[in-house]
Design a protein around this ligand. Structure first.
Ligand SMILES: Nc1ncnc2c1ncn2[C@@H]1O[C@H](COP(=O)(O)OP(=O)(O)OP(=O)(O)O)[C@@H](O)[C@H]1O
Ligand SMILES: [Mg+2]
Length: 484
């Protein structure tokens, strides 16, 4: 039998007895092809040879009684500078207890000189080399995991699921929470939770145990040693640790993030309220201006028209040359009256306030059809007569913007509009058959039409959606709750 190794094997035989050394060498030559064998007769020599052999040895065969050292102390000394080399004990001492002790000290095998043969020695050497290799790999990966845990910038700790006692914490946990590792090891999970949250903690632990959860993710509050509260997101993995059911917890402190989020939400709410306020003010102004134009200017113009008509009648007989002029004047007054009405209606259609949303939508639809030539189909299924001014204005303004967008961007030839009430909701849909809005256009932050529509819906606690109908048009949908 020859060793299936790719390289020549280097063996150090630590043996002071010449007879034993010769026998061992014979066995080695029998088992291996060209083994490089060196002999050390004392512990001192062993130390010297190992230190001076940079390539190292593949294995050391160690007799336990040398002139300058023996037994357990010899093993300990040799192991201290031969960490990476498999060491096999070759001894005459057939003591099982001592053999086990030797294995505990790190030797890879314990052979009795009288029992060995070339084959036994060969096997022991091959297995020892392999075992050492595997052991070293295991040790390396254990160290890598250990480093990952202890050097992680995120706090990581392990606690006993049954007693809630901390079993281990990494450096980042000590730094973040302000307790030392020693302090942690005398504490339980309860100590880092606010008193009010203890019930939440016990419930979470119960469900962890009952549902045999392997992985959990939750956001909770933790307390530092200085009494400060933190909002933390925790990822937990159940493991077996020191023969106990334990959970490894990775902590992500989101206190600052949460604070920023809250601040952004607050600013958003303020901006939203401001927008709503400004829109209301603008709408009220429009109503006033529209009424004033309609009533004041309209009536004055009607008065002027009556006076001019009276003048025309009077002048017709006494000064017929003025006839043409007065007719043109009346025509011009009529046109101005029409223009004034249009301006007033565009500012705020009177029909919205006088006859309500449905009538205003009907009127706007007809006006849009006349102006653009785009065919409109309007369907109304409503069991409510008056939605109140807020809803009336919001839906009307959304519709106005939707139609402007269709005329400006869609290339549509047809529009279907539906206004209906269902499940205590007002549902308003505008569907065109144009090119369809794109995802990029939907997210356009420069133009404000879509943003304005959405904001108006949100102001009513409603929802706003706009979507591309797979290239065959655009669908806009507004849902508004009607209970308040
Ligand atoms: N019905 C539609 N069909 C196709 N594209 C549309 C439609 N409605 C909107 N868009 C696209 O979405 C974009 C955003 O619309 P939005 O109303 O917000 O802005 P705008 O109309 O360009 O400008 P404004 O701020 O004056 O309204 C438009 O520029 C257009 O490209
Ligand atoms: Mg627009």
């Amino acid at each position: 039998m020859k060793l299936p190794l790719n390289k020549d094997i280097n063996i150090l035989v630590v043996e002071d007895n010449i007879g034993d050394y010769v026998l061992i060498s014979d066995y080695l030559n029998e088992g291996f092809e060209n083994p490089h064998i060196q002999q050390a007769k004392t512990y001192a020599q062993t130390f010297d040879i190992v230190k001076k052999t940079p390539k190292g040895f593949d294995v050391i065969l160690l007799d336990l009684s040398l002139p300058d050292a023996e037994g357990e102390s010899l093993i300990t000394k040799v192991m201290s500078f031969c960490e990476n080399i498999p060491v096999i004990i070759l001894t005459g001492n057939n003591d099982l207890k001592f053999a086990l002790k030797a294995l505990n000290l790190g030797v890879t095998d314990y052979l009795i000189k009288n029992d060995i043969s070339a084959v036994a020695l060969f096997k022991s050497i091959v297995f020892s080399i392999e075992r050492k290799e595997i052991g070293q790999q295991l040790h390396k990966s254990k160290k890598e995991y250990q480093d990952l845990y202890s050097l992680s910038p995120l706090p990581i700790f392990i606690y006993d699921v049954n007693t809630l006692k901390f079993l281990d914490v990494n450096k980042a946990t000590e730094v973040h929470y302000g307790y030392t590792k020693q302090e942690f090891l005398e504490m339980t999970l309860v100590d880092i939770r606010p008193k009010k949250d203890i019930k939440i903690l016990t419930n979470a632990i119960e469900s962890l145990k009952n549902e045999h959860k392997k992985y959990t993710k939750r956001t909770v509050r933790h307390k530092k040693k200085n009494g400060e509260f933190m909002q933390v997101q925790i990822h937990g993995f159940t493991i077996e640790y020191q023969n106990k059911l334990a959970e490894t917890i990775i902590i992500n402190d989101i206190t600052k993030q949460k604070k920023y989020e809250d601040e952004i939400l607050e600013v958003n709410t303020k901006l939203r309220n401001l927008t709503a306020h400004l829109q209301r003010v603008r709408e009220e102004e429009r109503i006033t201006i529209s009424r004033e134009i309609h009533d004041e200017l309209g009536q004055q113009l009607t008065g002027i028209k009556l006076d001019v008509s009276w003048l025309k009648n009077k002048l017709e007989t006494v000064y017929p040359e003025a006839n043409d002029r007065t007719s043109r004047l009346i025509e011009s007054i009529n046109k101005t009256i029409n223009d004034v009405r249009k301006i007033s209606t565009n500012l705020r259609p009177g029909v919205l306030d006088d006859l309500g949303l449905e009538a205003a939508i009907e009127w706007k639809t007809t006006q849009f059809e006349d102006q653009t030539g785009i065919k409109c189909t309007l369907t109304i299924h409503c069991d409510i007569v008056d939605y109140g001014e807020e809803i009336n204005t919001a839906i009307y303004r959304i519709y106005q913007e939707a139609l402007t967008n269709i005329a400006r961007h869609s290339n549509a030839t047809e529009v279907k509009i539906t206004l209906e009430t269902k499940d205590n909701k007002l549902i308003f849909e505008v569907i065109d058959n144009g090119r369809g809005i794109t995802e990029v256009e939907k997210k356009n932050t420069i133009s404000l039409g879509l943003t304005g529509m959405k904001e108006r819906a949100i102001m009513l606690n409603g929802d706003f959606f706009i979507e591309n109908l797979n290239g065959s048009g655009t669908k806009l949908k507004v849902l508004v709750p009607l209970d308040n």
